[in-house]
Design a protein around this ligand. Structure first.
Ligand code: UGA
Ligand code: MN
Length: 334
């Protein structure tokens, strides 16, 4: 019996010892869990804080960048000069007609995007018009505004087909003369003929002698373009459909001349005394052989200029008003 009680006591002692161990274990576990939870909470707080500090810094840097960019935009000038680039002298004859301001605005906005561009604009008029003068003055572009009238016998009559007489001859020659009088042989530049009704992309600048490229919508084709010899890469001809027998069967918008090279050839100009469509050949015959031509626009595989022509607007209602001594535009320049 005594033996039994002892045994029971022992059992009781053992189980109470076990209980104590378990409780301690539970306590330690709880403490560990609480510590882990607390640490994670603190860490979360710290990461949140550093994240918000870094995004604030980022926002401040972005704000600074924005302020810098908007100040650069405000001081941006279309006539900005880059001494490392040759100057593009774009020669544009223009004449008064209902679409003139629209054409010139469109062309001006393209030219404004070209660095180092000098626009030589020649009005087919006795005196400079305020329309052209104001457009140029307010544009910020570098320009020279000239006038030269087409001789009366060479001026197209209102209903006359446009292929009967050449256009822009007198005006382009006046611009070329201005170049000869005002620029020096060691000036770096390229001469382009940019009619007021064409559409331009902004590529191509380097020309050593004369460069050529495709012209979209010219000569009755989707594209009129130089054909290159696959072996030499030189121009061997054009795909022209209209008067392909011309020495240079290309459009006025399809070539550029190096300025120094041009200045060495005083006889290079346009002429009234050549057949219809021979203006381009007339000037180029003094400046280059076919073999010397430099193909541009990715070896003549791209179209960067289009010979667009603007339909003359129908203004019957305006004419009716005019008969009554009235105008829809009154004092407004259109
Ligand atoms: C095509 C060519 O693209 C012209 O470069 C070329 O001068 C002309 O043929 C030609 O054979 O003489 P096209 O579109 O028919 O062009 O000619 P326009 O665009 O009517 O005239 C060419 C340039 O001369 C234009 O910049 C135009 O404003 C100007 N022009 C036209 C004048 O200065 N006065 C005029 O009486 C007519
Ligand atoms: Mn045209």
């Amino acid at each position: 019996m005594l033996q039994e009680i002892k045994q029971n006591n022992l059992n009781l002692t053992v189980s109470s010892q076990e209980m104590g161990m378990k409780r301690r274990l539970l306590l330690v576990l709880t403490i560990v869990i609480v510590i882990i939870w607390f640490t994670s909470l603190r860490n979360r707080g710290t990461i949140g804080l550093s994240e918000s500090v870094s995004s604030e810094l980022e926002i401040a840097a972005l704000k600074q960048n924005l302020a810098k960019l908007s100040s650069e935009c405000r001081s941006w000038k279309p006539s900005r000069l880059d001494p490392h680039l040759p100057v593009i002298y774009a020669i544009t004859p223009t004449y008064a007609r209902p679409v003139q301001k629209a054409e010139l605005t469109r062309l001006l906005h393209t030219l404004m995007l070209v660095p180092n561009l000098h626009w030589i604009i020649i009005e087919d008029a006795e005196v400079p018009s305020s329309l052209v003068a104001n457009l140029l003055k307010n544009s910020g572009i570098t320009y020279t505004h000239l006038t030269a009238t087409t001789p009366k016998e060479w001026k197209l009559k209102e209903k006359e087909s446009n292929w009967k007489k050449p256009r822009g001859v007198q005006q382009r020659n006046t611009a070329l003369q201005w170049i000869r009088n005002n620029l020096k042989a060691d000036d770096q530049g390229v001469i382009y003929f940019a009619d007021d009704d064409n559409s331009y992309s902004l590529e191509m600048r380097d020309t050593q002698v004369v460069s050529v490229w495709p012209v979209g919508l010219a000569g009755g084709l989707m594209v009129e373009m130089p054909v290159l010899d696959p072996k030499t890469g030189h121009v061997k001809g054009w795909n022209s459909a209209w008067r392909p027998e011309r020495p240079f069967p290309l459009d006025m918008a399809g070539f550029a001349i190096n300025l120094s090279h041009f200045l060495k050839h005083t006889e290079a100009k346009f002429s009234f005394n050549v057949e219809n469509g021979y203006q381009e050949s007339e000037i180029l015959r003094h400046l280059a052989t076919r073999d010397q031509l430099e193909p541009k626009a990715d070896n003549c595989t791209k179209v960067y200029v289009w010979h667009t022509r603007t339909e003359a607007p129908k203004l019957q209602a305006e004419k009716q008003l005019n008969k009554k001594g009235l105008k829809s535009h009154g004092g407004i320049e259109v």
